[in-house]
Each structure stands twice: as structure tokens, then as C-alpha cells.
Design a protein around this ligand. Structure first.
Ligand SMILES: NC(=O)c1ccc[n+]([C@@H]2O[C@H](COP(=O)([O-])OP(=O)(O)OC[C@H]3O[C@@H](n4cnc5c(N)ncnc54)[C@H](OP(=O)(O)O)[C@@H]3O)[C@@H](O)[C@H]2O)c1
Length: 275
């Protein structure tokens, strides 16, 4: 594999770059603790955050709004996700986007994704309604989440003016289906960034023996090896979630260095433990 040494990654083909690690906001337990941790993250150079209308019934978006208000909106790339049923017609799409913006306390987000592909709903309509949200000025860019190669093909074919800039998918060192199934290669070819979600497998990677062994060589923890592996791939931005200051420091120190080619090759052959 070609090693991507950059800790700033381009979003799609936009010419805009964000930190190779952003922060997720799913299942935050204590918003006050998380507030301090996220502020610290932004002060330390993490500049992108992921949320969704459905996380904690909107409270995660309100939380992001609070942190961004304190830090300064212009310096943070904000992604939110709308559920497929919210995008099934134009009216619902506008309403859902307005509600998200209200919770976030801002006039526009940087990126709105369709949260997942819902087989019972018309994908083409959702894509067109999503694109309409750019026209309305509610978002600067659009993208998708949990999309397969064939779903991405449909999305790309049915856009009139704008591009899909991100596909947010599950990707970790213990779950490399995106590599095996050709999704990563497809995204690289089409200049679509990958948001790697659940990159720590909920913290499970911290206990992996192989990662511990590789980490000893670099004086890095298994968490840092797991994240460094992901961001060493072209187009990949990892979005772990933490509300814990110590965990944040560990996450931040996953950047600024790279595993060498030999270790990346070894790590790429670890069998998926979870699938
Ligand atoms: N598009 C989708 O369908 C989708 C699905 C799932 C997730 N996501 C997004 O991706 C984000 C991340 O995924 P995730 O939350 O599922 O899982 P994750 O980032 O793999 O794991 C989060 C868990 O790991 C713990 N953790 C964080 N840093 C740690 C460290 N240094 N050492 C040990 N444990 C650590 C966290 O606890 P502490 O907070 O205590 O550190 C939390 O319990 C989500 O928050 C969400 O924004 C998107």
C-alpha cells in the first residue's frame, strides 16, 4: 500500500483539508465532561466533528453546538447525518435540516450525510433531496454513510451538480471489509473521503496482543497503532469517540508519525477478528 503521511486530509475533491482524526459524538455519557474534552481537542488541532440528528434524540447535536459556540464555528468542520426517511421528500428534508441547524445553533453545516441506505425508500429521491439542501444553503457539501459500491454508483449517477465527498463506514484494524470488498479503492479512485467509524471497536483494540507487540517497537499503545494504521491509508479520516481527557491525549498522539511499510503490511494481513 501507498503510505499517506499527511495528518491533514482532503475532504473529497474540495481542496479543503481537515485533521486525519476527527471526533464522534455517539453515546456520550456525560456532556459536561465531554465539553471540556472536546474543547481541549479543538485547541489541540482536531478540527472536525461528526454527529447525527438521531444521536441521543438530538442532544448530541445540541452538545456540538455548545462546544462550537465556545470555540468558534469557522474553524471546525461539522458533519451531521440525516436518516433516510428524513430525506424521502423535499419538505421533510428541509424540515430535518432546519431542525438540525437549530439544535446546532448555526446557519449551515459543512457536510450532511444520508445516515444509511434504506432499501424500502427510493434512493434517487433521497440523493436529489440531499443535493437540494446545498441549494438552500443549509450545507456546503453532501455525502453518504454505510453505502456499498453499487449504492455509491447510484448516488453519483443521480447528482446533477455536486459531488459525494464522504462515505462514512465502519472500518477498523479488526474489521477491514472496506479494504477486502473494494470500497476503499473505489473511494480513492472517485476522490471520496472515508470517515472510518468505530475505529477503536468501542475500545476493544486496546486489548489486542498483536497491536501491543507492534506498539512496543514504536513506544505507542494499541489504540495509537490502530488509528495510525487507518490514517496511513489514502483518503481515510478516523472518527473515534472519547469524552475522556486521557483517552483524547492518546488519540491525538496517534498522529505526527507513521508505522513503517513492513509493519503496515503485517497489520494489513491480520484476519478480521470481528467478521
Ligand atoms: N455512520 C454510522 O452509522 C455510525 C455508526 C457508529 C458510529 N458512528 C460515528 O463514529 C464515532 C465513533 O464510533 P463509536 O463511538 O461507535 O466507537 P469507537 O470510537 O470505536 O469507540 C468509542 C469507545 O472507545 C472508548 N475509547 C476512546 N478512546 C479510548 C482509549 N484511548 N482507550 C480506551 N478506550 C477508548 C470510548 O470511551 P471514552 O469516551 O470513555 O473514552 C468509547 O466507549 C461515533 O461516535 C459516531 O460519531 C457512525
Amino acid at each position: 500500500m501507498y503510505i499517506d503521511y499527511r495528518d491533514k486530509k482532503e475532504i473529497g475533491n474540495t481542496g479543503e483539508f481537515v485533521s486525519a482524526i476527527g471526533l464522534g459524538t455517539w453515546r456520550i455519557k456525560d456532556y459536561d465532561t465531554a465539553y471540556k474534552t472536546f474543547l481541549h481537542a479543538f485547541e489541540s488541532g482536531i478540527d472536525n466533528v461528526d454527529t447525527a440528528e438521531i444521536y441521543d434524540s438530538g442532544r448530541a447535536e445540541e452538545f456540538v453546538g455548545r462546544v462550537v459556540k465556545a470555540f468558534g464555528r469557522d474553524n471546525i468542520f461539522i458533519t451531521t447525518k440525516l436518516a433516510p426517511y428524513s430525506l424521502s421528500d423535499k419538505y421533510s428534508a428541509v424540515k430535518a435540516a432546519e431542525n438540525s441547524l437549530k439544535r446546532l445553533g448555526i446557519k449551515y453545516v459543512d457536510l450532511i450525510l444520508i445516515h444509511w441506505s434504506e432499501p424500502s425508500l427510493n434512493l434517487v429521491n433521497q440523493i436529489r433531496n440531499l443535493e437540494y439542501l446545498i441549494t438552500r444553503g443549509y450545507t456546503r457539501y453532501i455525502g453518504v454513510s454505510n453505502f456499498t459500491v453499487s449504492e455509491l454508483d447510484i448516488a453519483i449517477e443521480n447528482l446533477s451538480k455536486h459531488d459525494i465527498v464522504v462515505n462514512q463506514v465502519k472500518y477498523s484494524i479488526l474489521d477491514k471489509r472496506v479494504e477486502r470488498e473494494g470500497l476503499l479503492d473505489y473511494c480513492i479512485r472517485n476522490k471520496i473521503s472515508i470517515h472510518a467509524y468505530t475505529p477503536l471497536e468501542g475500545g476493544l483494540v486496546a486489548h489486542n496482543e498483536i497491536l501491543k507487540q507492534v506498539g512496543e517497537k514504536y513506544n505507542k499503545s494499541p489504540i495509537q497503532i490502530a488509528l495510525n494504521y487507518l490514517i496511513s491509508h489514502t483518503r481515510v479520516i478516523a472518527i473515534p469517540k472519547t469524552e475522556n481527557e486521557e483517552h483524547l491525549t492518546e488519540i491525538i498522539n496517534s498522529m505526527g508519525w507513521r508505522l513503517d511499510q513492513r509493519d503496515l503490511d503485517i497489520l494489513s494481513t491480520i484476519e478480521d477478528i470481528l467478521y
